[in-house]
Design a binder for this molecule. Structure first.
Ligand code: GRG
Length: 294
């Protein structure tokens, strides 16, 4: 079962990279900007958001070609957010996805512009997709803007910054993560279901599931900071980043964080059970999110 899921994830990663090349090859933009955008976009990464979108689509419909532009746009926005998050003005990180961060290679000004380019080009890619109807384009563009913008991920980022060195309770921590990381995951699930012709009711149901999936993703991220290789090497306890941020293990202890992840997973699985569709792929991905080791 695990191998089948990994094969599914890997084949989509390869397809994803092929499609990225198709979209960037004809693009006539300043060479350094293109290099900087592609450096981060092709730098690896698990491509969890694209696979989630695809799995949600396939819950309702088989014709996945229709999802590629939205998969790419979503990952481009995620990548822009990581480039900007790594800048000295934000988290000031030197490494990401095992490589030097974008600003360490191209300089701060180019990294900012690469992020801006990824963000805006993502919308152009969707608007130009001949496989999407006008109604689908408007829906996807609006929902992507909402999830990534000042009511979504950007709001989560500023709340996270404001919470630095403050004591934060569980409710506040959940709010930060539901916005900062959860909104793009929610978009992945709802956009996939919408393009697959799910009903409004089915989409709303899956959005509730995606809320818990986002929290599972984040609590596991925090757990890995303590127990994974980076944690063992001291990132979780020694670095500036780890000391000023609120995390589940800091708030609840490691065992409490693991228990919380279990509760979120139960909620997510329960919601999937009542989704009125074959949600087995989404259930497998939920387990994968909860048990991932990097
Ligand atoms: C700069 C507007 C703006 C937003 C940044 C998402 C984010 C908001 C910052 C990332 C900070 C961070 C490390 C959050 C923890 C959760 C997270 C999003 C991890 C990275 O996502 P993965 O694990 O990364 O999917 P890969 O590299 O696999 O794509």
């Amino acid at each position: 079962m695990k191998q089948l899921l990994e094969g599914y994830i890997e084949s989509n990663q390869q397809l994803f990279l092929d499609k990225v090349k198709e979209h960037f090859k004809p693009l006539t933009i300043p060479e350094q900007l293109k290099k900087s955008m592609l450096y981060s976009l092709e730098a690896g990464g698990k491509r969890l958001r694209p696979i989630l979108l695809r799995a949600s689509f396939e819950t309702y419909s088989p014709n996945v070609e229709k999802t590629y532009s939205t998969q790419i746009a979503l990952e481009m926005i995620h990548t822009y957010s990581l480039i900007h998050d790594d800048l000295p003005a934000m988290d000031d990180d030197s490494y990401r996805r095992g490589l030097l961060t974008n600003h360490k290679v191209f300089g701060e000004a180019t990294a900012i512009l690469a992020g801006d380019g990824l963000l805006t080009y993502s919308f152009e890619i969707i608007a130009n997709d001949p496989l999407l109807s006008e109604v689908e384009k408007v829906y996807i563009l609006r929902e992507l803007a909402r999830a990534s913008g000042p009511s979504g991920m950007v709001a989560g980022q500023i709340l996270d910054m404001e919470a630095e060195n403050q004591s934060v309770n569980l409710e506040q921590l959940e709010k930060i993560h539901a916005l900062k990381t959860g909104e793009l995951l929610r978009f992945a699930v709802s956009a996939g279901a919408f393009l697959g012709n799910a009903t409004e009711e089915q989409i709303q149901h899956l959005e509730q599931f995606a809320y818990y999936l986002g929290l599972i993703f984040q609590v596991q991220d925090d757990i890995l900071d303590v127990t994974g290789d980076e944690g063992k090497l001291g990132k979780a306890v020694g670095s500036d980043e780890s000391n000023h941020k609120s995390t589940y293990p800091k708030l609840l202890g490691l065992d409490g964080a693991i228990e919380m992840k279990k509760r979120y997973t139960e909620k997510a699985m329960e919601l999937l059970k009542h989704a009125n569709a074959n949600t087995s792929r989404l259930a497998e991905l939920t387990t994968y999110f909860s048990e991932r080791d990097h």
